[in-house]
Design a protein around this ligand. Structure first.
Ligand code: NDP
Length: 339
């Protein structure tokens, strides 16, 4: 049995989902209510691989909302993630993906030191961040979507916004080792981490976002921003491919400008319909087939019976591990979302 721990993108989103799902009493409640709400299994899932194998899983809603971080409700945020993990383990789930901010909170606040949640001793080998598969899928999107748009990688400048993060650093490693991109721009706030990454890669220019954007043919957005940024499309190159892998999205508005192409990053399309409701709730375009690559990672680990924390700790993702998860992704019928 696999599990997915997820959350909604904002308080407003949570309120509208509560209304849609027939809980009008929750629809008008503010952040305090969500801070005290316990985790719940709200979806039961069946997935069939193109090999014919079928697996079952549960979606655990953690009731975390990104506003908890913006409004200094850190203790509540931490409680949400630990309680959701304990809930998954209590229900006997063998491997669970920590979606969206769940893994970021886990790492940021050193939750590996908080293994005891009431009477449950968390077994971390039952959890995966899903970031290896997410990074692999984003890299395949860079390679394949650029080809669709006629952007030649050997002449392209790629900016990675969130380069020092778990996913961003893995994307940089892959772009360096597996592609012939002309230039790599590294964007994040902490200069020391940027310099360490540059030293590890032996390449890459460290630039601020404003300087990097006008130079880039491709921008990979994987910054852990609780709210998206506004960008001015006239300052971008044309054509420019923007791959937004953030959850919530790093780009706050839909960019509609000739020559600027926005692709949902870190999203896979399954070859067969999945029996579930949850992707409708998060407004996926084709909810029966499309899903976050991190969620797909826990499905892949269940298909292969690799009941282990395949993606764990920060900045540990190797190109070899991306290859390994990529092979089983193809084997079971998942494809990167393209234009
Ligand atoms: P990390 O916390 O490991 O890394 C975040 C990166 O973003 C760091 O480099 C950080 O560096 C940078 N960053 C944060 N804020 C800003 C800012 N305002 N401007 C510039 N850089 C910034 O996160 P992950 O790699 O785990 O996740 C990245 C994103 O991917 C998140 O939005 C997450 O929700 C999403 N995600 C998507 C998945 C999918 O399946 N599609 C799966 C998992 C995650 P610094 O702090 O120095 O600025």
């Amino acid at each position: 049995m696999f599990g997915l721990i997820g959350h909604l993108t904002s308080l407003q989103h949570a309120q509208s989902v509560a209304r849609e799902l027939g809980y009008p009493e929750y629809a008008d409640r503010g952040l305090d209510f969500w801070c005290s709400a316990p985790p719940q299994i709200v979806d039961r899932i069946k997935v069939t691989s193109i090999t014919g194998q079928t697996i079952e899983g549960h979606y655990v809603e953690s009731c975390f909302l990104p506003e908890m971080l913006a409004n200094h409700r850190i203790k509540a945020a931490i409680r949400k993630i630990l309680n959701a993990m304990a809930h998954a383990q209590k229900h006997g789930i063998d491997i669970t993906a920590l979606g969206g901010f769940s893994s970021i909170i886990f790492e940021e606040f050193n939750l590996q030191d908080s293994r005891q949640v009431r009477n449950i001793h968390l077994e971390f080998e039952r959890f995966t961040t899903g970031n290896t598969h997410t990074a692999y899928i984003i890299c395949r999107q860079v390679e394949q979507a650029s080809q669709q748009l006629g952007i030649e990688l050997s002449k392209a400048t790629v900016a990675v916004c969130g380069a020092t993060g778990d996913i961003g650093s893995a994307v940089c490693r892959w772009l360096d080792a597996r592609t012939d991109i002309a230039d790599l721009l590294l964007v994040a706030r902490n200069q020391e981490r940027l310099q360490n990454l540059q030293a590890e890669l032996g390449r890459g220019k460290i630039l601020g976002l404003e300087e990097a954007l006008p130079l880039a043919d491709i921008v990979v957005w994987v910054a852990s921003m609780p709210k998206g940024v506004e960008i001015e499309p006239t300052k971008l190159k044309q054509p420019c491919l923007l791959i937004d892998g953030g959850y919530p999205k790093n780009l706050s508005t839909k960019v509609q400008h000739p020559g600027i192409y926005v692709l949902n990053g870190g999203i896979v399309e399954h070859s067969l319909d999945i029996d579930w409701k949850i992707m409708q709730i998060v407004n996926m375009d084709v909810p029966n087939r499309q899903l976050f690559a991190c969620f797909a990672e826990s499905m892949l680990l269940e298909f292969e019976k690799w009941h282990t924390n395949f993606s764990w700790g920060r900045n540990q993702i190797t190109v070899e591990k991306m290859d390994r998860i990529g092979q089983v992704s193809v084997k079971h019928g998942f494809k990167p979302l393209l234009m």
